[in-house]
Design a protein around this ligand. Structure first.
Ligand code: GAP
Length: 457
């Protein structure tokens, strides 16, 4: 929550739109909700998929030096003991003796007392306990046995399966240093205070790259990855001036890191982390080599030298980036409506690449079979190439507004000109209306796929 009422109001509107239009729902809402867990509705699922596909496309498909992995979520306890997570992955927690609420001790000022949500626990004079460590790991057991050997964990980061599969990937992909292994997947942390909508969740997705290199290149590559990752956010529609870089000071970095940059975004509730770009040195590969008794080494053919690679890790939060895309896209403006009256327009200004629906397809009138048939033809032409939404209900102006509110960048209307009722000149063309400028132009149906693809480049 921000101290600025306008920003809080903006965030409330965003959360409400996400539910109303089917982007994001509280998990198990009908049973009172599962705190810190979220379900993506039809539009949210598309948006998230667009983001993940674009990240994979840019970082794996289009690069020769990064390969993919899809590791298991259930993680062997020895992996997470060696990485330092078991027994070491915790946050300091305090309890209020009066209202029994729990808070993260290092973020008390930013949290709200449930008895008095306008104040933080200190302002409310809460009677707080001394801080104690709270384990963030989700523990489970595998198979029928419940003894210690059956213990496993839901992974707290996707990175660890990359480290423990390093040798297998190296041998099968024949990569040479420097090279990366990328993974998108779920991670789980039993956060003390999930908050700010999906920002801090207990189940979330990460998009991580472990970029292996020689030790002498680690710091330079960390700087290069920082720039590459900022450029990525700009490509998906987050402007540079809303991104901040925090050079995380000594004492505040994770135990494995000797240099970390946080890439932060200016959310309505404050400037907060989207991604960490960390130089993890050779910490993880060394630890797994030692704990398993199977050293993880790389043999350099050129120098005939064996070495433990170092690693630079750009680790992005998928859900946080989706939330940033939603916050950035949300806009309200006043426009002159069909009847010359001023009306409010809510518009999600997604970059067309990220937009859940790329094109709305409308017959001008639903009771004209020739228009409906042509509109369905246009839908069938576009549907194999992109997500389109066919809508024949209500006035065209209302249909535009509905698409504006979910961020559809283009709407194609099939009218009497399209079917040649007003002569041959405009036959076979549709009106394409642009979400942002609201300008309209005639485009030949056959050219429509290329027209839209061109705007998504
Ligand atoms: N492998 C490194 C790692 O996990 P991290 O900074 O703890 O580093 C990386 O997490 C990213 O994962 C964060 O920048 C954030 O975007 C996302 N993330 C972490 N905890 C999260 C949570 N509780 N809810 C949503 N996203 C989270």
């Amino acid at each position: 929550m921000s101290s600025d009422p306008d920003r809080n109001e903006r965030m409330e509107k965003i959360v409400s739109l996400c539910k109303r239009r089917g982007f994001i729902f509280q998990s198990a809402e009908m049973y009172g909700g599962l705190n810190g867990c979220w379900d993506y509705g039809p539009l949210g699922a598309e948006l998230k998929r667009n983001l993940k596909n674009y990240w994979w496309q840019k970082n794996v498909v289009e690069r020769d030096d990064i390969v993919g992995l899809d590791g298991s979520i259930l993680t062997h306890q020895e992996v997470l003991k060696a990485s330092g997570h078991v027994g070491g992955f915790s946050d300091p927690m305090v309890d209020c003796r009066t209202c029994k609420a729990r808070f993260r001790a290092d973020q008390v000022a930013e949290q709200r007392c449930p008895e008095k949500p306008s104040r933080n626990p200190q302002e409310n004079g809460c009677d707080l306990t001394e801080p104690r460590e709270f384990d963030l790991m989700f523990k489970t057991s595998v198979g029928a046995s419940s003894d210690e050997g059956a213990v496993a964990y839901l992974r707290p980061e996707t990175a660890q399966s990359i480290f423990v599969q390093f040798k297998n990937v190296l041998e099968t992909s024949r990569q040479k240093l420097p090279f990366g292994i990328a993974q998108i997947g779920k991670a789980f942390r039993n956060e003390i205070n999930p908050r700010n909508f999906t920002f801090r969740s207990r189940e979330f997705e990460q998009m991580e790259i472990e970029f292996f290199c020689r030790g002498e290149d680690g710091l330079r590559l960390t700087d290069e990855w920082l720039e590459a990752r900022i450029a990525f956010y700009e490509q998906i529609g987050i402007p540079r001036d809303k991104l901040h870089v925090l050079d995380v000071p000594d004492g505040e970095r994770a135990h494995y890191s000797s240099k970390t940059y946080d890439i932060e975004y200016d959310f309505p509730f404050g400037v907060q982390e989207l991604e960490g770009v960390a130089y993890r040195t050779d910490y993880d590969l060394k630890k797994h080599g030692e704990a398993s008794g199977k050293p993880i080494e790389y043999f350099d053919e050129a120098t005939k030298e064996k070495l433990v690679p170092h690693v630079v890790e750009p680790s992005a939060g998928c859900d946080r980036t989706v939330l940033a895309l939603i916050c950035e896209a949300f806009d309200e403006e006043s426009v002159t409506g069909d009847k010359g009256k001023e009306e409010a327009r809510t518009v999600m200004r997604f970059d067309p690449k990220m937009a859940p629906v790329k094109c709305g397809v409308f017959p001008l009138l639903k009771n004209k079979p020739e228009l409906v048939a042509k509109a369905k033809e246009v839908k069938a032409l576009l549907a194999p190439l992109m997500n389109v939404f066919y809508d024949e209900t209500g006035a065209v102006g209302r249909r535009y507004r509905r698409q504006d509110e979910i961020g559809t960048p283009f709407c194609a209307t099939i009218d009497f000109d399209t079917v040649g009722e007003n002569g041959p000149e405009l036959e076979g063309t549709v009106t394409v209306r642009d979400r942002d400028s609201m300008a309209q132009e005639r485009v030949k149906i056959a050219e429509l796929p290329g027209y839209i693809a061109g705007k998504m480049a």
